[in-house]
Design a protein around this ligand. Structure first.
Ligand SMILES: CC(C)(COP(=O)(O)OP(=O)(O)OC[C@H]1O[C@@H](n2cnc3c(N)ncnc32)[C@H](O)[C@@H]1OP(=O)(O)O)[C@@H](O)C(=O)NCCC(=O)NCCS
Length: 179
């Protein structure tokens, strides 16, 4: 069950806040991008349609059970992307995977790094997590860099662990442990 703060402040003046039904159009405009899809799990659709956005936004209550998901807003109040924790189960129930993406026009401004740091800190402070991790596709060095800047450690190269966009490539495992 989700608990505590819904809104998480970012140092640059932006914030992480719950997605709302009113974000549908913005969500499609940002997420309908092959360059994002190529670095995400296949459950992230492409093309990203109004129906996909409506489905995502209408399922938020269920998704909150699976882990907190937030819209990333910059200091100007624009929604720029999304970030979420996905709780794991069974013997991994003290682990969560962190996933994130930004609209391409907002890349390179340090926003993903800020969002990652903030949601990771929130995750450890709010839930009984021992470990938060991300699996980065080997062709995505920017994401590895962002994780390192947010205090994550490169743990392993999972050989041929990812099949995406018609290719089988390595996955790079990054993790941060409870401080
Ligand atoms: C990965 C992503 C979230 C990064 O967002 P961002 O806001 O641009 O990230 P930041 O600005 O905080 O930092 C980017 C860092 O990557 C570096 N970088 C960018 N392109 C790079 C490349 N090709 N090789 C190495 N480093 C690269 C930047 O120089 C910067 O590091 P620096 O501050 O040391 O210079 C964004 O590109 C994205 O949404 N990509 C598509 C979806 C995705 O990959 N999600 C993550 C799945 S694991």
């Amino acid at each position: 069950m989700e608990k505590r703060a819904k809104i998480i402040a970012l140092p640059s003046g932006g914030r992480l806040r719950p997605w709302t039904a009113a974000d549908a159009e913005t969500l499609v405009a940002l997420a309908n991008d092959r360059a994002i899809w190529r670095n995400m799990r296949d459950q992230f659709p492409h093309p990203y349609t109004a129906e996909n956005a409506a489905f995502f936004l209408s399922n938020l209550a269920n998704k909150a059970e699976a882990g907190p998901i937030r819209a990333i807003e910059n200091a100007a109040g624009q929604v720029v992307g999304s970030i979420g924790l996905h709780f794991k189960h069974d013997v991994s129930h003290r682990s969560a995977e962190i996933g994130y993406w930004l609209g391409q026009q907002f890349w390179g401004q340090g926003l993903a790094t800020e969002a990652l740091q903030a949601l990771t800190d929130y995750g450890f402070a709010t839930y009984k997590l021992a470990r938060i991790y991300a699996l980065v596709f080997a062709w995505n060095p920017a994401s590895g860099r962002v994780l390192e800047k947010a205090g994550y450690t490169f743990e392993a190269r999972l050989r041929d662990a990812v099949t995406k966009d018609g290719q089988t490539i390595d996955g790079l495992l990054y993790a941060r442990l409870h401080p």
